[in-house]
Design a protein around this ligand. Structure first.
Ligand code: PMV
Length: 356
């Protein structure tokens, strides 16, 4: 079933809203196999993307909401991140998020909110926390919606609306609401897909059910170019249309590979997508380069280990220098040992797993 934007709008609230209420929510991080890069309209994706949901890297958020005598003009909130009041930049992002979701969740303006949030992964690791962070907030908002409207809709609607709200915070957050595989962005051959929210796909072949993501930390610093800026550079990009077409083809082909257990097709597309994302960055105007020498060394060594040992380990990259190695869980120790001994260098690794 497809939902339209209209389906998420709330026109009228009941006269009695709960007085005071506490929430606890968590949301996972995700790793895109087919990358979202480029937007249109208000946080709509230029192309279809598809991700694995992770099981260890999460954001955990608690909230307390106290009803106000009158609804406020803007959402009234305080936000603590890992015990400290969040900085002004983060506040601006949150304000934008709350303003965007207000038509679909007008009850949030009737409360004074205190949020306390933390990640299970190190703060300065260079892992984006916006996906899991906004997805956790969207879950809290939907918990309140369920309290207010007892007939708030079924589980499918709840999932889809959570994804819809999370998307308005950060595009990739739309995919951080369920697992194991999420698809965001309309696809002409995958039914149920939408630009407005991500949908869940199960039916993952057993081959992928004990699958690891070793996140190798190459650069723990701030990104030189923000994702927001990166997305905007696609508007005038000479490869914009071929990119949209390639993502359509790759999303369908990788989905089939995930369902049939075709490790080789999965790996080919995974690596091609990572390199295409970075190729788009390197060929935009202005151009920029986020890979570091160690990123390339890890990529080349991964390919060499695969060739020599047969371990089906494949890499992917986000908008940064860190490398994600996806491989069967049983191979992760031997792969890591071989990688470090070949490189004659070690890196911090965040070990994660695909959530099933
Ligand atoms: O959600 P954003 O705006 O931070 O964009 C993230 C884009 C990539 O991580 C590079 C790719 C993806 O699909 O997650």
């Amino acid at each position: 079933m497809n939902f339209s934007e209209q389906d998420f709008i709330i026109e009228k609230l009941p006269p009695e809203l709960p007085e005071e209420i506490s929430f606890h929510a968590q949301a996972p991080s995700n790793i895109a196999l087919v990358k979202y890069w480029g937007k249109k309209g208000l946080q709509l994706p230029m192309n279809t993307s598809l991700s694995f949901t992770l099981s260890e890297s999460k954001t955990i958020t608690k909230a307390r909401a106290r009803r106000l005598p009158e609804p406020s003009g803007e959402v009234d909130f305080i936000f603590y991140f890992e015990g400290k009041k969040a900085g002004e930049k983060f506040y601006r992002k949150l304000r934008t998020f709350f303003n965007r979701i207000a038509p679909y969740a007008p009850y949030i303006k009737h409360y004074q909110w205190t949020f306390e949030s933390q990640n299970t992964f190190p703060h300065s690791s260079g892992i984006a926390s916006s996906a899991s962070g906004f997805a956790a907030l969207a879950r809290i908002v939907m918990q309140l919606e369920k309290e207010i409207f007892e007939d708030a809709g079924n589980e499918d609607f709840e999932l889809v609306k959570t994804s819809f709200l999370a998307r308005l915070g950060s595009g990739s957050a739309s995919r951080s609401v369920a697992g194991p595989v999420m698809i965001w962005g309309q696809h002409r051959e995958i039914s149920g897909t939408s630009d407005l929210y991500a949908i869940r796909r199960d039916g993952l072949h057993t081959y992928f059910q004990d699958f690891s993501d070793l996140i190798i930390l190459v650069d723990k610093g701030q990104k030189q170019v923000s994702s927001t800026r990166g997305h905007s550079l696609i508007d005038e990009h000479p490869f914009k249309n071929p990119r949209i077409e390639t993502a359509q083809k790759n999303a369908l082909a990788i989905l089939r590979a995930l369902e049939t257990g075709d490790a080789e097709t999965f790996g080919d597309i995974l690596e091609a997508e990572a390199l295409m994302l970075h190729a788009l960055m390197m060929t935009s105007r202005p151009n920029y380069l986020l890979m570091r020498p160690d990123t390339l060394a890890i990529i080349e060594t991964t390919r060499a280990i695969r060739k020599e040992t047969g371990i089906p380990a494949y890499f992917t990259l986000d908008a940064g220098a860190n490398v994600h190695i996806l491989l069967p869980g049983k191979d992760k120790e031997i792969f890591q040992q071989t990688l470090f001994s070949t490189l004659k260098k070690s890196f911090d690794i965040i070990p994660d797993r695909i959530s099933v």
